[in-house]
Write a new protein. Sequence first.
Length: 641
Amino acid sequence: MDEGPAGLARVPYDTEALQVVLDALEFRHANFRERLFAVDPGAAVEEVEPAEGLSVDGTVLGGGELAPWLAEHGSRGPLGLSAVGVWKLGRGSVSEIALAAAEGPAVWFDPAQLDEADEKAFAAWIADASRPKVLHDSKSAMRVFAEHGWHIAGVRVDTALAAYLVTPGRRSFALEGLSVEYLGREVAPAAAEAGGQLALGTDDRAEADALMSKARTVLDLGEALGRRLEEVGAGELMRDLELPTSELLARMERAGICADRDWLSQMEQQFAGAVEQAVNAAHASVGHEFNLGSPKQLQEVLFGELGLPKTKKTKTGWTTDADALAWLAGQTEHELPVQMLRYREQQKLRSTVEGLIKTVSVDGRIHTTYNQTVAATGRLSSTDPNLQNIPVRTDEGRAIRRGFRVGEGYESLLTADYSQIELRVMAHLSEDDGLIEAFTSGEDLHDTVAAHVFAVPADRVDPEMRRKIKAMSYGLAYGLSAFGLSQQLGITPDEARKLMDNYFERFGGVRDYLRRTVEEARATGYTETIMGRRRYLPDLTSDNRQRREMAERMALNAPIQGTAADIVKVAMLRVDEALRAENLTSRMLLQVHDEVVLEVAPGEREVCEELVRREMTGAVSLRAPLAVSVGSGADWESAAH
C-alpha cells in the first residue's frame, strides 16, 4: 500500500456512484439506506438513529372548504400533490387527493365530496400552468384526473423522472427509497405500501394522514431533486422533453388503439395448433413424451439420451437457450433442436396474443402503459401489454399487427418511422466523412459501405457482404464486440475482428469516435447525448475485467441509443403540437421503437402525412439528415411502408 497517513483521511464519497452500486447489489432495505445516507461522508463513523416519518399539520376537508384553502395557499408557491386511485384497461378514477404547501399545512379531500365551488376552484388551479405543482409519477395522476375532466398543467418537478435523469441506472424509482436517500426519512407506511403508484385506498384518518405526509414528502423531494437536476445539467431536459412527453403519453394511453378481438382469437388458436404440432413432433423424434418446458428434462434428452454435443455449462446444467439450440441444430442431424426452436417460437407468439386479448378494454381498444424510467438510455418501454415484443419481420408478427385496426369515427391508421436512425446518429457524432457521404449519396447505405470495406464496385456487392456490413454497422451502434459479431454472423472471432479492422480502415472517424467516447467516459464517469442526457458508468474503472468491458460497451451504446431516443421524443412532441396547432382531429396512439402510429380523421390523411414528414425530419439537424418513411391503411400492418 503506497498511501501515507494523509492519504487515509476520510473524504466525501460519491453518493451517485454509491447509489448505482447499491441498486446493482439489490440493497433495497430502507433502513440500511437511511442509516448510510444519514452519515456525513467526511465525518467520523458514528451510530445514527433511524429517522422517523414526517409529521405534517394536516386537515381533512369537507364540502365547501377546498376553495378557500386554495385561495390562501394555491398561489404562494409550489404544492406537493399525491392521489389515490385506480387505472385498469383504459379506465380509472381517483378516490383521495392530498395537497401540501411549503410552509407546512396540508389537506386531504375526497373528490366525490367537493361542492360546486370546490370543484370549480380545483379544476382552475390544477389546469393553471402558472401554479407550480410537484408530483411523483405525474403521468399516472394525469390519466385518472382526466377521467374526472381535470387537466394537470404546471408540473414543475416529477420526482420519479427527476431521479431517473439524475441516476438513470438505478433499478427503482419508488418514492420510499428516494425519500430515504435524499431526505433521510421514510414515507409514512400506509403511503409507502402503494410503492409511489396510484392504488385503491380508504378514507379513514390514518390513510388521510399518510397521504398528506406523502404529499409533503413529494414537495420536499422535488426541491432536493430540482437542485440535483441543475447540478448535472438535466433541468432543461426535464422541462422541455420529459415532462411534455409524460403529458403526451398520458393522452396516448387513454386513447389506446382499436383491437379486433375475433382476429386475435383466431391467431391464438392458430398458434396453439402450431404449439401442439411442435410438441407431438418433438415427442415422436425421441420416441416418448417429455415436458418441453422443463430445462432439466430437455437436458436429459439432448445430452443424456441423444448424446448431442455439450453446450455451455451453467449452474443448472448444459444450457438449452435459443443460441445453444441453434448451434446444436448445426452440429447434428437430429430434428429435436429445430423442433424445440419451433416450439418456443410458437409458444411465445401464442402467449403474446393471449396477453393482447386479455387487455382489450370494454371500449374495444388496447391501452398500453408507457414507461419513461426503465431504459437507462432514455428509450420508452411498453407494458400491459408490451407492444414492443410483436415481431416486425416475420409473417406471424405481421399477422398479429393486422388485429390492430382503425377505430370508429376515423379513416385510417398512419405509421411513420425513422430510417436507420442509430446509424445516422453515429455518423453525426463521429463526423466521419465517408459514412456521412454514404448517407447523402442517395445509394443504398449498406451496399455503399460494403463496397468500401470489401474494396469492390457497388454493383459487385453480394447479399452475404451486405449482411455482414449491416450486422457490423448496427453492432457498432449497440457496442457489439468482435466476439459478439462472430456469434451473430456465425464466423470465427478472428474473422469478425478482421472485418471490424477493415471497416475502421475505411471509416477511421468512427473508430476514433468510439475510442474517444470510452476515454472521455472513463475520465468523467458518464456519457452524454447531444441533448445532455447522461448515463453514469462507474464500472469503467472496475478491476473486474468483465464488468469493465460491459461498461465500455454501454459507453459506446449510450450516446447513440440515447440520442436516438431523445430525437424520437422530440419528434412526437412536434407532431402532437402541429396536430393541435392546425386544429386537426387526428391523434397519436402508439410509439414502438422508432415508429409512431396515428389515427387519422376523415379528410385529414394528406395533411397528416405532410405534417408528420415535416416535423419528424425537422426534429434535429444531423450531418446525416433524418429520413422518415410513412404509410397508411385500415390496420397496423397494411399501414406499414
